[in-house]
Write a protein that binds this ligand. Structure first.
Ligand code: ASP
Length: 468
């Protein structure tokens, strides 16, 4: 029998088909039993009449969330019984067969509401049930469409999608690294990437010219608002490029994407305005201002670029100058000598070729033109408090790579979780991630982090010290 999706049932009037899925609701109307059968495309009403006694008796057993296969003949609903509010609301299936594939316990919470009234801990613990909610399914489906749009758009423009390692060496993006102990090299550690920054720059040295990746980034930060230990970036790097080109690319990509996938939304300005960091800070006291006319209107998208950032900021806790973006960003200077002179006079006045994209009060992308002169790059590392021998040890590979013919390059990375949350009108990024951690970094479904066996620790040469 032809297995059909609920959304396509209307095309099979008078035919016998099979539907598979979950029992959404069961309604008993006297002798008639109605089932709303749910699959990934929606719901379809199924009717069991008492004509076939065995079938009717079996249908009486059905409970919500049971998995079933139902055969039946597609018909129009009787006049007056149509439901114009749902797709497929003009049709129903007259059941001719029923197979109970799998029974289900009563779910711990309502699966059909939008779920906002349910405690997040329990939603996370039973995430696989929470994801049955139409709102969550929509979020995941739109996320997939956005990924596909990005891939198509960039591939059509000659960008090459490259996967870079997750197990590697620490790259500073200003956060703490997640470390992986090495079993084969006692006392040594890999780091999970805070971003693919160095790899994408090395791909420019390799001659790729146009790179992108929908990349996972890992940052071991303290719980602060709506953060996740791992998150997804659209990561881009280009050779022989300029700030104008990078900004133009991301603007065109997001404008076309919104037009195609969110036609109901209005982008406030086109082109996106480019605002000076200093002016924005003076006016809004924030580097990610919400520039919408009407802050209640989720259909208004106020994209804007922030440009002309300072290169350094003073880090009081560590008593040193730190890069506002990251050390690979190019200070707006001619060479190392000019840099040293300016740094010794007024480090806070050095401008960087750095830019952010903000949207409705959030930073949704950031990037820069990079320093490719190895001497200048080493000077920047040292200005940030690294001793020359540390620079060699931490970044020697990059400095060396830059001595083998490096094209000028620059790029940008865009936080996709946040962008998708804004487009889906979700209050936090956990709603658009299939399996997020809680706000305090726990996976309540799989129970992570968790203890490991003594044997595993021994293999990794690790001893746990119990706190007194
Ligand atoms: N790697 C940077 C970040 O994660 C983005 C970039 O400079 O391209 O913010």
């Amino acid at each position: 029998m032809n297995r059909v999706l609920s959304r396509d049932v209307k095309d099979y009037e008078g035919k016998e088909i099979a539907l598979t899925g979950w029992v959404d609701v069961r309604r008993d109307h006297g002798k008639l039993i109605f089932i709303d059968l749910r699959d990934r495309t929606g719901v379809m009403q199924v009717v069991f009449t008492p004509k076939d006694k065995d079938l009717h008796a079996l249908a009486e057993k059905l409970r919500p969330e049971w998995v079933v296969k139902i055969n039946g003949i597609v018909g129009k609903r009787p006049a007056g019984m149509e439901n114009p509010k749902i797709p497929g609301g003009y049709h129903e299936l007259q059941a001719t067969g029923l197979e109970i594939v799998s029974e289900a316990k009563t779910p711990p919470f309502d699966l059909m509401s939008d779920g906002r009234e349910i405690g997040e801990e329990i939603r996370m613990k039973y995430r696989y049930l929470d994801l049955r909610r139409p709102r969550m399914r929509r979020n995941l489906v739109m996320r997939a469409k956005i990924n596909k749009f990005i891939r198509d758009y960039l591939s059509e423009r000659d960008f090459v999608e490259v996967e870079t390692p997750d197990i590697g060496k620490s790259t500073p993006e200003g956060a703490r690294d997640y470390l992986i102990p090495s079993r084969l090299y006692p006392g040594k550690f890999y780091a999970l990437p805070q971003s693919p920054q160095q790899y994408k720059q090395l791909l420019m040295v390799a001659g790729l010219e146009k790179y992108f990746q929908i990349a996972r980034c890992f940052r071991d930060e303290d719980t602060r608002g709506d953060r996740q230990p791992e998150f997804t970036q659209l990561d881009i790097e280009m050779s022989f490029t300029s700030q104008d080109e990078v900004l133009g690319l991301i603007e065109d990509l997001y404008t076309k994407m919104v037009k195609e996938l969110y036609p109901e939304k209005k982008i406030k300005w086109s082109p996106f305005p480019r605002l000076n960091y200093v002016d924005v800070m003076a006016t809004y006291n924030s580097d990610k201002p919400d520039l919408r006319d009407n802050k209640e209107d989720p259909n208004e998208l106020a994209f804007a670029f922030i440009v002309n950032f300072p290169m350094f900021e003073w880090k009081e806790t560590e008593k040193r100058w730190d890069a506002v973006h990251h050390p690979f960003t190019k200070p707006n200077v001619k060479d190392k000598d000019e840099f040293m002179k300016l740094f010794n006079e007024a480090p806070e006045k050095i401008a960087a070729l750095q830019y952010d994209l903000v949207l409705n009060g959030y930073e949704v992308a950031g990037g820069s033109i990079r320093t490719t002169d190895p001497e200048l790059l080493a000077a920047v590392f040292e200005a940030m408090g690294n001793k020359p021998e540390d620079v060699r040890e931490k970044f020697g590979h990059l400095l060396e790579a830059f001595s083998y013919g490096v094209p000028p390059h620059g790029g940008i990375a865009s936080g996709l979780d946040r962008l998708i949350a804004i487009l889906q009108e979700e209050p936090n990024i956990r709603e658009v991630i299939a399996f997020p951690k809680t706000g305090d970094g726990r996976d309540l479904m799989m129970q992570a982090p968790s203890e490991v066996s003594k044997e595993q620790l021994r293999e990794l040469h690790i001893k746990i010290e119990q706190k007194e």
